[in-house]
Design a binder for this molecule. Sequence first.
Ligand code: GDP
Length: 596
Amino acid sequence: TKREDIRNIAIIAHVDHGKTTLVDELLKQSGVFRENQEVAERVMDSNDIERERGITILSKNTAVHYKDTKINIIDTPGHADFGGEVERVLKMVNGVVLVVDAFEGPMPQTKFVLMKALELNLPVIVCINKIDRPEARPDAVIDEVLELFMDLDASDEQLDCPFVYASAKAGYAILDLTEDPQNMLPLFETILDYIPAPEGDPDADTQVLISTIDYNEYVGRIGVGKVDNGSLKVNQEAVLVNAHEPDKRNKVKISKLYEFDGLNRVEVSEAGIGSIVAISGIADIHIGDTICSPDNPVAIPFQKISEPTIAMQFIVNDSPLAGLEGKFITSRHLRDRLFRELNTDVSLRVEETETTEAFKVSGRGELHLSVLIENMRREGYEFAVSKAEVIYHEDEKGKKLEPMELVYIDVPDEFSGSVIEKLGQRKGELRNMGTSNGGYTRLEFSIPSRGLIGYRGEFMTDTKGNGIMNTIFDDYGPYKGDIQYRKQGSLIAFETGESITYGLFNAQERGTLFIGPGEKVYSGMVVGQNGKADDIEVNVCRRKQLTNTRASGSDEALKLSPPKVMSLEQCLEFIDTDELLEITPNHLRIRKKILD
Ligand code: GDP
């Protein structure tokens, strides 16, 4: 049976192409177009505390009403490789809207998510947004989108997709550029016409596959998924089963059930097939669990959550330099924050280490961990991290296997040579080379994850910020042998309060470095490229009585990032007057110098 009153869609958009504006406009206008406002079983959200505190527990889903149809809009994660999240999210929908800026055209960053949508045979509506821009070039952008579709092996039906022109900002969509713009109605109509209604058997036993987990400190874990078969009712007895855990059979009772409405969730007493629901009150609910009727539990297959490939130590900063902004963090704070992250990020692992001051955090590639680090730093946590290490496996014969990634790069033509050279040194194998739009070269490599560690920053420098790099885990493969980096390094300087200390820092080892004479040890953190290509921004904080072993958490980590200490005399011969650009108590900017 089809649920004609529901459409489940995902929106794919490059950042700034107008997804938020578009969804806001759909929300706003759906109020006007909504015909059937009263839904009998709908009761108002009872947990007012959450709303008072401004916490949206389910920020990722929105629902709008058009005519008698409810359109569930699901946000897609930006990166395709954080443990299969994209696939799981896309499994809930029957089609996607690809939003593309009418001037910029399709951007490679959204390519992976689009590729996954095409692979799952989802129909795509292309929404060329910002057509009000004076420099808009909608026709050329349509050609670029079609080229991208062909590039990604879209099917004939997918290539025959509808195009809608829009100005989310001005609040209209049109199907033809000569049309008189009025409102968003043409987009609503296209969604209703072109995206199939969800299907399922309403009389069958209940099956709800949990696709994402949300977390809220008041209600705990919240499972979100689509009702595939049967229905879900409050007070219903059910069991949780899981396709990858044959022994799992947890009896549960559905106590709270929600659907989405606008930006809110509303409590409902029952949900039928095709409905996207949120369930709270089940502490032990996990991604991939199927909620089933107790008498006939059949788990719905889902793509297994991918294993971490890379690990880093997160180390407590026990004594931030005076004036250093950010929380004073204790090991318990860091621990709580990291373990809390596990509630929503299933491809992350956090482990205790021998010391209470360091935690081993493993994830899907360096980018995955850097997103977490960045989020935590924005929240005000100050901590050090070790260099990333890859997680090796062994095959049956005991042969060492290492994670391999595919790298897709778009760079202005003039930089392709240096990218090829650098990745070659890092054991990258060039698989494909072609031209992409407007003076850009597209390169595809297969490379050990190890070879990519620390490369992103260099890549941005080498391409003057104009390169685009996407990576995706490929598979474990035979160890590719040691990587011989060319000897290169940066001169850095630290103000220690009494004097300035200089040190040599290997540019490849983005992460913590330890420096300082004698007992006084200072650690610095390369936190990012600072605008101009050659500047590196360093955050410095002092660690009291730090020994190298404790700093790194383990001997293993120490081997990977040995302390780099040089005396001032040793350093002086390398120092040019313009080396040190700026220095404040907790910040310094230096000019990178390559020493061959
Ligand atoms: P998101 O990052 O994809 O969610 O993009 P936003 O919705 O935040 O939009 C990014 C910027 O583009 C904002 O400054 C918007 O005001 C602007 N914008 C969005 N839609 C349009 C449009 O149709 N026309 C124009 N001219 N600007 C738009």
